[in-house]
Design a protein around this ligand. Structure first.
Ligand SMILES: [Zn+2]
Length: 199
């Protein structure tokens, strides 16, 4: 692991297992948080193991109505990243507080009170969840790469201006069509209901 810049080292406020394979990261372009972002990825066991896609507003940039060209650009880059740096099992969506793109695209301005901070988090979570769903719907349509099905866990995060990070949401990979079929068959034999793998 390279030496870390302690000034850029925010706290990771949530607990989750670090990814084991390569990752694709989507973040905003914000110039204030570049070092903090690299520091976070280093500490998630991801030094030199992620492709970094950047769109103003991160999830909002991709999901905003009328942004079809941004959305197709994102998925074309995701496709290339998976094929070039396979295997990839996890996607990181990194949102941040005080985001200028949210202000510009949504006219969304958030104050410093706990209520306003909660409203800001909720807004980011909504767009990150929408994108996570879109990524997993896309993944389900992809053909296997090197005979391995495309199954993507999606984690979304919110970074504040100190670089502190909290988990916004976790969308585990959907089962592949064949795995889902096998499980249903197994459930039919045992008389048990199949359980959804996603929450
Ligand atoms: Zn931003």
């Amino acid at each position: 692991m390279p030496s870390l810049n302690p000034i850029a080292m925010g706290r990771i406020l949530s607990e989750y297992p670090p990814p084991r394979s390569n990752v694709v990261l989507l973040s905003c372009m914000d110039l204030r948080l570049v070092d903090e972002l690299a520091s976070f990825m280093d500490r998630d066991n991801l030094t030199n193991r992620y492709d970094h896609l950047i769109m103003a507003g991160a999830a909002l940039g991709v999901m905003r109505p009328g942004h079809d060209n941004w959305r197709s650009t994102f998925f074309e880059h995701l496709d290339i990243a998976l094929k070039v740096h396979w295997p990839v099992e996890d996607i990181y969506i990194l949102e941040h507080r005080s985001c200028g793109a949210y202000a510009k695209f949504l006219d969304a301005h958030f104050g410093d009170s706990p209520k306003e901070q909660a409203r800001e988090l909720k807004t980011h979570r909504e767009y990150a969840s929408q994108l996570a769903e879109e990524i997993q719907a896309w993944a389900a349509l992809q053909t296997p790469i090197n005979e391995k099905p495309v199954r993507l866990n999606v984690r979304s995060f919110l970074m504040d201006l100190r670089g502190d990070i909290e988990l916004l949401g976790y969308h585990p990979a959907r089962p592949t069509a064949s795995a889902s079929k096998n499980r249903k068959n197994g459930a039919a034999k045992t008389g048990k209901k199949s359980r959804r793998a996603t929450s």
